[in-house]
Structure formats: structure tokens, C-alpha cells
Write a protein that binds this ligand. Sequence first.
Ligand SMILES: Nc1ncnc2c1ncn2[C@@H]1O[C@H](COP(=O)(O)OP(=O)(O)OP(=O)(O)O)[C@@H](O)[C@H]1O
Ligand SMILES: [Mg+2]
Length: 582
Amino acid sequence: MSKIFKYLKPYWLFALLCPLSMILEVSMDLIQPQLMSNIVDNGILGSGALDENLQYVLRTGILMLGFSLLGCAGGIASAAFGTTVAQKFGNDMRKDTFDKVMHLSFQQTDKFTTGSLVTRLTNDITAIQQFVAMSLRMFVRTGMQFLGGIACLLTLNVNFGLVLIISLPVQLTVVALIMKRAAPLFGVVQNKLDKVNSIVQENVTGARVVKAFTREEYEIDRFGNANSELMETNMKVQKLLAILNPILMVVMNASVMAIILIGGLQVEAKAMEVGSVMAAVTYITQILMSVMMVGMMFQQVSRAMASAKRVKEVLDTEPVIFDGNSGAKITEGKVEFKNVSFAYPNTSGKPVLKNINLTAQPGQMLAILGSTGCGKTSLVNLIPRFYDCTDGEVLIDGVNVKDYKLDDLRSNIGVVLQKSELFSGTVAENIRWGDDNASDDEVKLAAQTAQAEEFIQGFTDGYDTMISEKGASLSGGQKQRMSIARAILKKPKILIFDDSTSALDLSTEAKLHAALRERLTDVTVIMIAQRIASVMRADKIAVIDKSTICAFGTHAELMQTSKVYRDIYYSQMKEEGGASVG
Ligand SMILES: Nc1ncnc2c1ncn2[C@@H]1O[C@H](COP(=O)(O)OP(=O)(O)OP(=O)(O)O)[C@@H](O)[C@H]1O
Ligand SMILES: [Mg+2]
């Protein structure tokens, strides 16, 4: 709730003007039945001359019209103020939540899941926004209609109070009973919606894999189940709500009958006039209608509360990885791992890396070799702090990575991820992700170094060729080289390649290595690879086995000292017929 108020604060004036204009509208609504009753009692049934009575009817009629125009103006103003506040409120909240999501650490986005984050950013914030728009207008309207209606009704005749004493408790009990059962279901609806969104997202982004494995039927089934669950929960809510209004209508009609009965008796006894009974009918309808509105509002409130809780969870999540405060800057780019151990959060704490000691020198190429799943990606993820190590320390230029400001740290590290992610846009735009202000020549040079120039020139539009979403229009090797060019353009002190040349043939890879050596003379290059042929030229090679570094040295040294290395070497030689290795 306090979060909601915080977001309303900048728009407090409009937020105040909205209910105020609404007060004008409802006051005008409340006056109308009284004037109507005057027309009947003093005009139509009046005791004066016909001419005089007609005059009275006309005058009061014009007054009613005037009041109704005034009420109309109030209504329009109230709607305009309310909508403006709600829209701006939603806009701000969505921006802040998105901002938060952008700053969450990997382990936190893993926990929320992307599908759920999307629902929270769209559907949930919209529900809160609707609640704000409604409460600004409807709370005041309903409250005034209810209390004002009761006051007017009792002023007409105290005996009408009898009807209220019976009908109000009945209506309120019905509303309370149904809402008590419906309210918890709104949170469930949002969770089911999360699931539907997650499946849609997975399948839309992974459409190619789904088709390749002909998993369409399976995925359609999976979606169907999630979708049915969503529908069933929604149906449960709607069934409850469906019985609400008819019951309330019955109570209302019975109350109107009771009013007419009591009113009739009063008229008979000459204690009241016919017009006042008509007004009383309108008032009781307004009072009980406002109770029905309360029912509807409860529905919105419960829905908004469920959503607010979910959005708040995101807003309240503090990134676990945040800026250090040493103010140090990276100058050389020397990377050291000292007794580093690491386990993924949210797992049983089983370490993926144990006791790693490793140094990568500026101007050198350090290769990391190891079987699949041994922890190579996990190891390099600790350098730009995608995750933080659980034990020991990772140092750059002798300073713990945790002490750098994240921006200072990450802007000096170029990472080419194992899975190349490109974005829709031109080739040049994609490479410029590395540096917005790079000149055309710099972009070209980066592409040349990455061995991407040749295939880019082959495109009809060269650097202006559009790349479709996620780089779907490029081959695997082309995507890898685009990602490499993007990282090089950043001019980092440390350059990390996570299996980024796996899709390149050996001669292109050799050319890339040569270009890196020639042009990036003082950069620390850390290169993960599966192929011996890719790592042989490195200055140092670290072999990871059983979560730790089992051997370290040059190719020649490792051939002498490491059995694991020799085994990998010979097994790959056999596979490739020995032709390309050695
Ligand atoms: N986000 C994560 N949460 C929990 N466990 C993870 C996560 N990412 C990886 N792991 C686990 O950590 C281990 C090491 O994974 P990692 O990605 O570092 O291996 P890798 O050496 O890079 O493998 P590959 O050569 O196949 O890329 C694996 O057992 C994997 O299941
Ligand atoms: Mg990996």
C-alpha cells in the first residue's frame, strides 16, 4: 500500500481533484430525486392555479437540467483526472520495475523465471493501475451515494429506516461471504497466468528446436494443460461472482417493494406525499446499488492486492551483486583466482569449482580446457561477476572484483558468450553494441580482426544488412564472429571467449588467433575451448577436471606432465585422423 502511495505522490493534485469533481457529480445525482419529488408534489399535484403549477414544473425542470449539466461536467473532469493519474502511475511503476529487473543478478532472474517477470511487468501492473483509477473515483462515489442516500431517505421519512435495517445486513453478508471465498483465488489466477506465459515464451523463442524435434504436439499439450488450469481457476472465480449480483438484485427489488408499501401507508395516513415516495424508491435503489458496487470493488481490490504483492516482490528484491566502493580502476587487466570455490545458489551447495588458483597475464592468451559440464563457463562468469564466488577471491590488477564499481568492471571486460545473442538491427548496429560512438573504420577493423569482414562484404547491403531477431538469419559461425567483433570493439582490457570459436573451421580460427595476437597486444585473453587444436597456440593452458585445475602449462609442457591432457590430445587426434592436430 505504501508503495502505491509513493507512486501517487507526484500526481497528488490530480489525485485530489479527481474525487473532488466526483463529489460534485454525486451531489447533483442526490439532488435530482428531491427536485423530481417537488415537481410531482408541488407542480403536478400542486394546489395552486394550473398556470402557476406549470410555471413551477418548468422552473424546476430547468433547474434539474442545469444541475445535471453541472454533474456531467464534474463526471467528465473526474474521469479525466483519474485516468491521467492512473496512466502516469502505471507508467512510472512499470519503468521502475523494469529498471529493477535489468539490475537483478542472474541467480535472481533464474528464481523469478522470465515468464513470471513478464506477467508482473504487464498484467499485474495493469491490474494495480485499474485499481488506482477505480479507487480514486469509485470509493468517493460509492461512499457518498451510500451515506448521502441514507441521509436523504431518512429525511423523507424515518420509517424507511426499517427497510434499511433489514436489507443492508443481508446484502453486506452476501458480499462478504462471496468475497471471502473469491479473494484468495485471484493470486492463484496470476500464478497460472505465469505458467501460460512461460510456456509461450519458451516455445516462441525455441520454435526452431521444437520443430526440429517435432515436439509440437507435446508442447501444444503442455500449453493446453496450463491454459485449461488458468481457465478453470478463472471459472471458479467467475462462478462465485455470477451468483453475487442476482442475489443482490432480489434483495434490492424486495426493498423497493417494502418502500412502496411503507410509503403507501404513510400517504394514506396523510403523513407523506406521493412524490416523496417516488424519491424514496430512487434513494433506496442508489443505496443498495452502492453496496453492489462495493462487491465489485472488493473484486478489483483483491485482484490488485494479489498483483501488488507480486510487483512488490520484484521492487523489493535488492540485487545480490552490487557496486564495490574502492573507486579502483582497471589498468592492466591481470586476472588472478586465489583459492576460489563456487557453488550455484539455490542448489544443494555442491561446489562446481574447488580451490582454483590461476593467473592470466596481460598480453597473454590463457586457454581453459576441460570436458563438458566441468565448470569452465562457471569459472569465467566469476570475472565480470555474473555470479560471485563462494570462497576465495577473484582479483583484477590485485583488487578484488567485488571492490570495483560494476560499470568500471564490466566495461573493461569483453565477453563472448557460449551462446551468441544478437539483436534485430543491422550488422553495424549489432557490432556497435560494443561501443556506441565507434567510427565506421573502427567497426570495420573489429570485424576484420574477428574474421567477419569477408562474409559481411558478401551480403548485398554489407554492414547495413538487417539481421533478424536473435540473429536467426546468420549461420552459427557467422553469429560467433559477429559476437567476437562486438566484444573487440569494446576495447576491453580482458577478453573472454567462452567456446566462441567452436563453429569455426580450424583455419579461420587460426587466422582469428593470429589477428588477436597482432592487434590486441596488451589484452588479457581467456579462451575456453573443447578442441586441443584451439588451445595449442595459447601461452598457457589450464586443464579442469573434477571441479579443479589438474594441470597448467604450455602445450609442450602438458604433453610431458599431464595424463589428462595427453588423453584428450590422443582421443581428438584419432577422431580427426591426426591431420589437423599437431
Ligand atoms: N545457473 C545454474 N544453476 C545451477 N547449476 C548450474 C547453472 N549453470 C551451470 N550449472 C551446473 O554447473 C556445472 C558446470 O557448468 P558450466 O556451464 O560451468 O560447464 P562448462 O564447463 O562450461 O560446460 P560446457 O563445456 O558444456 O559449456 C554443470 O554441472 C551445470 O549443471
Ligand atoms: Mg560452458
